[in-house]
Design a protein around this ligand. Sequence first.
Ligand code: OAD
Length: 444
Amino acid sequence: MSKTLKRHSNHEKGGKRIQYTTNPNGAPASRSNNLTQSIPTNGIITIVNSDLEDTMDLDISQLKVNEQLKRKYRTLLKNKGILEFLVMFIAPIMSKQQVYQMLINLGYNHPPSKYKSVSIKKLVKILADFIINDESLKLTLPVISFGPRYTVDKFLSDLTLCSRILIVTGAGISTSLGIPDFRSFSGLYAQLDHLRLEDPQHAFNFKIFNRNPQIFFSIAHLILPPDGKVSITHDFMKVLQSKNKLLKNYTQNIDNLEVKAGITTDKLVQCHGSFASARCLSCFTKYPGSKIYSHIQQKIVPRCFNCYNRVKLNDEVSVNYGVIKPDITFFGEDLPKLYYKSIKQDISQCDMIIVIGTSLKVEPVASIVDRVAKKVPKILINRDAIPDRDFDLTFLGDCDNVTSYISQRLGSGWKIPNERYNPQQKLTCEVTDLDENIYRVSSP
Ligand code: OAD
């Protein structure tokens, strides 16, 4: 699979697309091989094949109650009770839209404006809460438990016990060094208006690069890695490595700073390549990345000497002839082979996954967390929450602060070897959303 923008549905696994069948009224979905198929529904609901998926740009506010379904759902609820009802209808493969439609069909009111920002897990909980609090149903309620909360203390204790931690990183771990991220308000893509691209991501599009390499080379200097320094978060990963706890770091970053921090090659997968090497697009000669740094700084397209030696006067060559491209994975290109070679095994082996400093907008890296077993703790450390992915615990804030906080809490054996790390720095960790288990770490 080549690098693509995030698909809004998580229904694709292992390259195979799974089709869902659904009733347009929001009846439960069932997995099928593109054929109409029904699941046991007491004959009440007919499942027909439609391609309703979360990818659809559905106007949630336009959804209407289906009165017939409403009566049937409510009768079932009264007769069978909430547990049997939920087991019957909330299939594990049900989409968020379908859960929402069920909520509407039951006659409950959830602001459509909030639809996008709630995860499917939260939506099911909202649905259950509506049913539980619905006095007209007169239900005798079983105690519904969504499992114990994964606390900060439990996470810290797990960190000391885990030995195969998978860390997925993005641009946020390098912003403290002055490298912009991509999608933030002041990120790289917000600085590319002058290029007048239809989409700023086209600056990293392989087809467009081949047609006009100057576009990329006019902006690449903005993300060139600085000399020498790495962030506290890079060094935090190094601490995990030296404690034999790091299974692997899958980084989307192209600054190669993980290597500078001392993450060894057997522990590192640079999912989108890096500036560390480059190659000629025509003869494929490999160059050290540093060979073209000065071109990048001067916004000049670097050309391969071998190729241009062969060109004779008056020869016509294509615009990308002999262009040396850094080994960065552009949109439309395949990820490095190492990614595909190792990801499946690492996903199955990890005993914790920590995602740091990424918006999780680019596939296939964005979906790694969804592929990790349910029992494995999933932690997010980021400035912004990512509501459409399921994390057991989220730390909002600057990742250097969060990793410093973690290190402080774990004691002197976890000191981060970085000149900016201050074991005395005053840091607070406060809950901001108990339902979603989100904490904010900040320095007052
Ligand atoms: P994004 O810019 O999409 O996301 C960066 C995330 O990091 C955002 O959610 C920020 O809120 C967060 N962030 C920024 N600074 C932070 C800090 N100091 N502490 C904590 N969080 C912080 O970048 P990526 O997710 O890495 O492809 O983008 C993925 C890919 O998209 C990149 O690899 C790049 C781009 O197209 C290329 O190959 C160039």
